[in-house]
Ligand binder design. Structure first.
Ligand code: 5GP
Length: 195
């Protein structure tokens, strides 16, 4: 696919969440998290690459002593439209989270399979507590029930890009979350190229 930076915005059919809406929600989540942890230190664990902008903004909206760590995972097996729940760790934690209060920072929960794996993996590292914060939640496609402590926005069953989320590795740098025009998708459909 040719990279056409100036045209990326033209590929968006509908803006679902504006930059202002996202900023207001991030501030609200940061305030709630700061109040809930009441001064206790927290370790934010974010999952690359899609959560990068959310993590960067959320950590600055939290008024607590905090550490951050980054993981990168990829799904394998399954087919192009459904993740299999088998997850490969491409980048592991760089420090122990034993006895730490850990908050997972996710961009989007779709089927929940990736997060389900991650929660079990991180629980095995004996954190003092483990909570989940996601910017976007697509409950319509959930295959495993996971209690999510902080949810930014519930969105309909549409494939979205922007604010970290990609299609074919592009669109992550858009400041808003939007839906691509149908003609932008290749033959495989929107989820063929998803992370
Ligand atoms: P799950 O295991 O919950 O089905 O998959 C979550 C991952 O799938 C997300 O971290 C994200 O990488 C990808 N994903 C799910 N829905 C979307 C979407 O609407 N847009 C984009 N760009 N990626 C998505």
């Amino acid at each position: 696919m040719a990279v056409r930076p100036a045209d990326l915005r033209d590929d968006i059919g509908q803006i679902l969440l504006s930059e202002e809406q996202i900023a207001a929600k991030v501030a609200e989540l940061g305030a709630r998290i700061s109040a809930d942890y009441a001064g206790r230190p927290v370790t934010l664990v974010s999952v690359l690459k899609g959560s990068l902008p959310f993590m960067a903004d959320l950590m600055r909206a939290i008024d607590l002593p905090l550490r951050i760590d980054l993981m990168e995972v990829s799904s394998y097996g399954g087919n192009s439209t459904e993740s299999s729940g088998l997850v490969r760790i491409l980048k592991d934690l760089s420090a122990s989270i034993e006895r730490e209060d850990v908050l997972i920072v996710e961009d989007i929960i779709d089927t929940g399979l990736t997060l389900n794996y991650l929660v079990r993996y991180l629980r095995g590292k004996n954190p003092a507590s483990l909570r989940i914060c996601t910017l976007l939640d697509k409950p319509a496609r959930r295959l495993v029930e996971i209690p999510v402590d902080y949810i930014g926005f519930e969105i309909p069953d549409q494939f979205v890009v922007g604010y970290g989320l990609d299609y074919g590795e592009l669109y992550r740098n858009l400041r808003f979350v939007g839906v691509l025009k149908p003609e932008v998708y290749g033959a495989g459909g929107p989820e063929a190229d998803a992370e």
